[in-house]
Design a protein around this ligand. Structure first.
Ligand code: SF4
Length: 457
């Protein structure tokens, strides 16, 4: 199935699900309130946004230099950096690492990049068990439920379904209360954590100076995962860099404010390869840096600002489209919402994914809330512009707009009978408008006709 067809199908399934939508809206509005409260604790929030956006602009403009600095620092401390060009390349590199670790378990804490490289389904396809250490992800993996929002992944989980599935996988009793289910899950997670040999985590930020990996989280799953593991593998995007530790206080507070509406998340870990004097920690430290189309975004001078995203999710919660359809899987990406609609077509090609940029009201709320001041709605317009100039819109759409403009630019046609105008309107827009909604009716008389009548012209 083509991406556009898949996307349209998802919308058709999601639109009638009123309960799901109500949950989604409730969660989004709660999150927005928490964010507003957390913002008040900044002395000057606008200045913080400005400083952060300037820092990321500097990084994007010299990304090659910062990446080399990061690699050199990791290698100097005894770690290793792997460059992965695309998803398949990343999967093969990770597979080779996993195949060297067969004595213990492979555990992971889910991140945007682990979703992007489809880590869980790739391991399943190779029959290598991959255990989630995050509570929510553990439930979703074991119960086979899909997640619909990144910040609240259990939103769509059905307790009875979870109970049934966990009964088979970790022997949760069929009459267990929610608290008992939670205790059983914790017990299983701990077992996996003690037996971990390879831990795969994401990163919230990478710091070029010193080759550091920063993880900001509330569950401690990332921190916990490599406490006992021999090897810590970090999967991150090449766009996650900060120049030095000096910027970390600004970015971790902005991230926490917009991600979960807090001033700092519960666990902030800064890690790097274990050094000679360290008494514990993984003996092997590897960072896999993923490109997967980010270079295409970087190559576009007027769009590269999109790489500044820190994946806080604030633009999702204010977006009307997101509040109808939910999380990243529905956007055919590892990210959801308006920023995904900008970046996915740039990364994977306007021809296949340009349609994503069309699904927006362009209200600009996403731009207003973005802590990095990314001009999201104008980037959507730029994608639309480029899709037209690259000729990737289909013939039917081209013909529709050609005929529509011919019609609208002719006063004689405009003043024809309203039934004819309604017929033309329906013929052009019925499909795009969808069967679920009534097309608005065009008024019987145009403004021009009313004006002429009133003035006896
Ligand atoms: S683009 Fe969206 S997810 Fe990214 S930093 Fe801005 S508000 Fe957050």
């Amino acid at each position: 199935m083509q991406p556009e067809e898949k996307f349209n199908k998802t919308i058709q399934t999601k639109l009638p699900e009123t309960d799901f939508r109500a949950h989604l809206r409730e969660t989004s509005s709660q999150m927005n309130l928490k964010r507003e409260a957390a913002k008040k604790l900044f002395g000057n929030y606008e200045l913080a946004r400005l400083r952060a956006s300037y820092t990321k602009w500097k990084v994007n403009e010299s990304l090659d230099k910062f990446l080399i600095d990061f690699e050199a620092s990791v290698v100097r401390k005894g770690g290793k950096v792997i460059w992965a060009y695309d998803v398949q390349n990343a999967q093969q590199e990770i597979l080779q690492i996993a195949q060297k670790h067969t004595k213990g378990k492979v555990v992971y804490s889910r991140s945007a990049v682990s979703d992007e490289i489809e880590l869980k389904s790739f391991f399943d396809s190779k029959s290598i068990p991959l255990k989630a250490l995050d509570f929510g992800d553990f439930i979703l993996n074991e119960s086979g439920t899909d997640f619909f929002t990144e910040n609240t992944p259990l939103l769509s989980a059905d307790v009875q379904q979870v109970r049934n599935q966990l009964n088979q996988s970790i022997r949760v009793s069929m009459d267990a209360e929610v608290a008992d289910i939670a205790a059983d899950i914790r017990h299983s997670i701990r077992k996996n954590f003690y037996q971990a040999e390879l831990a795969i985590t994401g990163a919230t930020f990478l710091v070029a100076e010193g080759g550091l990996v920063v993880q900001s989280e509330n569950s401690a799953a990332a921190r916990m995962s490599y406490a006992f593991a021999k090897t810590h593998l970090v999967v991150a995007g090449i766009d996650q860099l900060l120049p030095s530790l000096n910027e970390l206080d600004l970015f971790t507070t902005l991230y926490a404010t917009q991600k979960t509406g807090e001033n700092l998340q519960s666990y902030l870990t800064i890690t790097s390869p274990t050094e000679r004097d360290d008494i514990d920690g993984p003996s092997e430290f590897i960072v896999l840096l993923l490109d997967n189309g980010r270079s295409n975004v970087l190559a576009s001078q007027d769009q590269r600002q999109a790489l500044s995203c820190i994946e806080c999710g604030a633009c999702n919660d204010v977006c009307q489209v997101f509040n109808y359809i939910g999380g990243s899987k529905n956007y055919l990406n590892n990210q959801a919402g308006p920023i995904s609609q900008v970046v996915k077509p740039l990364k994977s090609g306007l021809a296949e994914y340009g349609f994503l940029s069309e699904h927006s009201t362009l209200c600009g709320k996403c731009t207003d809330v973005c802590p990095l001041k990314i001009d999201i709605h104008n980037h959507l317009i730029r994608n639309r512009r480029d899709a037209i100039s690259e000729g990737v819109i289909d013939t039917a759409e081209r013909f529709t707009w050609f005929s529509w403009s011919k019609l609208m630019l002719s006063r004689k046609n405009m003043n024809r009978q309203s039934s004819l105008r309604n017929f033309t309107f329906k013929s052009f827009f019925r499909k795009q408008w969808g069967e679920e909604r009534e097309l608005p009716k065009i008024a019987e008389k145009t403004f021009n006709q009313i004006w002429r009548e009133r003035n006896g012209l």
